[in-house]
Design a protein around this ligand. Sequence first.
Ligand SMILES: [Fe+2]
Length: 221
Amino acid sequence: MSRADLIDDLLAGRAKYSSIFNYPTLNWADIGAVGWLVDGAAIVNQVALQRTSYGPYARAMVRICKEESFHARQGYDIMMKMSFGTEAQKAMAQDALNRLWWPALMMFGPPEAESVHSAQSMAWKIKIMSNDEGRQKFVDQTIPQIEYLGLDIPDKEAKLNKKTGHYEYSDPDWSEFFDVLKGNGPCNVDRMAARNKAHDDGAWFREGLLAHAEKQQIAAE
Ligand SMILES: [Fe+2]
């Protein structure tokens, strides 16, 4: 499959991309919450992927993790400023957390039983951590951060299991997740329209590059 085929698939809506990109960012608090929760969830996956059996990906992940942890820290820094700021700022931080908590949990994919490729990917060690293990890690690292901010945990059922040392948590609405994958999330249509517009707007530039390359070739002959 060529690069052009992959781009065609993306623009036609056939390619998959992370479900999280189909949720809106409404205000500055969302910029903080996305960095903290969304990049934070991505890092949990990416740290594990440094040991994936596909070498080029594993090697690239090392630098990607460093970059991503910067995003997560920047996001948490914004959340600290807002949570320790005025009442209005704190309310914005809480609202952003409430809206992004569940979509962040969905980023790890459905529970193992409902995950289509999980077993095969685990057998080949492409994937080294199950969806549920990743989600548990994320919950365990994020709840103490919510408490530090003095915000309410969006999941009213979440609580520390003293025996296991892990937090018990509620599942997100998996029917919403599968609906977003099907193209029915709050922003799927907008996101695809933006991608297609950017591609169309860039046509003149791609043509220019080709024309330039042709001229160079003629000059070289
Ligand atoms: Fe990032």
